[in-house]
Design a protein around this ligand. Structure first.
Ligand code: GLY
Length: 361
């Protein structure tokens, strides 16, 4: 992987660089910013620090850093306050740049801090997880969770650049890699039947030869969706399609407490749920649902709830979802494998049946 992609948004366009070696690319970036007299700060988490100590403590030795706890609980108002205090204590000016090195949690947290500190500074996404490479680092969604729901605070604030270095994935814990695979499968299901077929034939692994091309394909799809519907305002379809499986997944995360399921694990169950809902609506066959279950399971992801979560709590959590419009449940459904659509006014009893099939009590 050498050549890059552009997220084409007029004056807010930015590149996704596919680089072979993270250290070389990040060092060159810091040197370039320093030569422009632009102060740089780094946000990362303890898991990334442990896995990338050489990069952080040697290559980026001169860059002030804040290391937060790894995991979804860091997408909190409290940790956000720590990031702002850190940027203030380092006297980062408006022309400063925050390097955000980590997965989706650190990316969302750092992006929101960059969106709001001094009313907005620039930031660069350096994703270290598969999930962040194919989804959360691209598109400018930033945010935090509240007790009342996931991502209820946030801003659209695009990075200046994204650096995708697949060498990070060789040290990623297997569970984290699997969680990212849920988003990869999502792209196949919602818009690329040949990608889906490839994943069914050969599940991706951290060292698979196909992985760079698969990541690039996902980034291409994400860039195209974001270009067409940057702020998710399309009445139908558009960026909301990227939430395939997520209304179910977010409910699982909320009911179990953030962090019990990794986001991608909840999305894995959510994809199985979305397939069943699509079957109940007459779009998919039982064989299609079986294919969805098998490709999710082949990537070491759950297709059912691990424990019997209360149906009433799951349904209540769905009402908090940002996709709920005028109290109506609204979902991304599969018209067929490889084509998704948004659909409102879905009967709650269909959704309850799906939850029960997946083990809700
Ligand atoms: N992860 C969904 C989006 O970026 O819109």
């Amino acid at each position: 992987m050498t050549s890059g992609l552009t997220v084409d948004l007029g004056s807010r366009s930015y590149p996704i660089h596919f680089v072979g070696n993270a250290g070389v690319a990040v060092l060159a970036l810091v040197q370039e910013l320093t030569a422009q007299s632009r102060p740089v700060a780094l946000l990362t988490d303890q898991g990334v620090l442990a896995a990338q100590r050489d990069l952080i403590e040697r290559t980026l030795a001169g860059v002030p850093r804040l290391v937060v706890h790894a995991g979804e609980t860091s997408k909190s108002l409290e940790t956000y306050g720590r990031v702002l205090d850190f940027l203030a204590s380092q006297k980062i000016p408006r022309k400063g740049v925050l390097l955000v090195l980590g997965g989706g949690v650190v990316g969302d947290l750092g992006g929101f801090a960059a969106a709001s500190f001094l009313r907005g500074i620039e930031y660069v996404q350096i994703p270290t997880t598969l999930l962040a490479m194919v989804d959360s680092s691209v598109g400018g969604k930033t945010g935090l969770n509240l007790g009342a729901g996931k991502n209820l605070v946030g801003a659209f604030h695009h990075p200046q650049a994204v650096y995708v270095a697949t060498d990070f994935l060789t040290t990623l814990p297997a569970r984290e890699f699997a969680a990212g695979a849920a988003e990869v499968i999502k792209y196949g299901l919602l818009g690329d039947a040949s990608l889906l077929a490839q994943l069914e034939k050969t599940p991706v692994t951290p060292r698979s030869a196909e992985l760079p091309q698969v990541i690039r394909r996902c980034c291409e799809m994400k860039a195209a969706v974001v270009r067409a519907d940057e702020r998710e305002t399309a009445a139908e379809g558009g960026r909301a399609l990227l939430n395939l499986g997520h209304t179910f997944g977010h409910a699982i995360e909320q009911v179990t407490g953030y962090g019990h399921y990794l986001h991608g694990e909840a999305v894995g169950v959510g994809l199985a749920a979305a397939a069943r809902l699509s079957q109940a609506l007459g779009y998919l066959s039982a064989a299609d649902v079986g294919r969805v279950d098998r490709v999710v399971a082949a990537h070491a992801l759950p297709t059912r709830l691990r424990e019997g979560l209360p149906l009433s709590a799951l349904m209540a959590a769905m009402q908090q979802d940002k996709k709920v419009r005028a109290g109506q449940l609204r979902f991304v459904v599969l018209k067929r494998l490889g084509e998704a659509a948004t659909q409102g006014n879905i009967d709650a009893s269909l959704v309850e049946t799906v939850w029960r099939e997946l083990g809700a009590a």
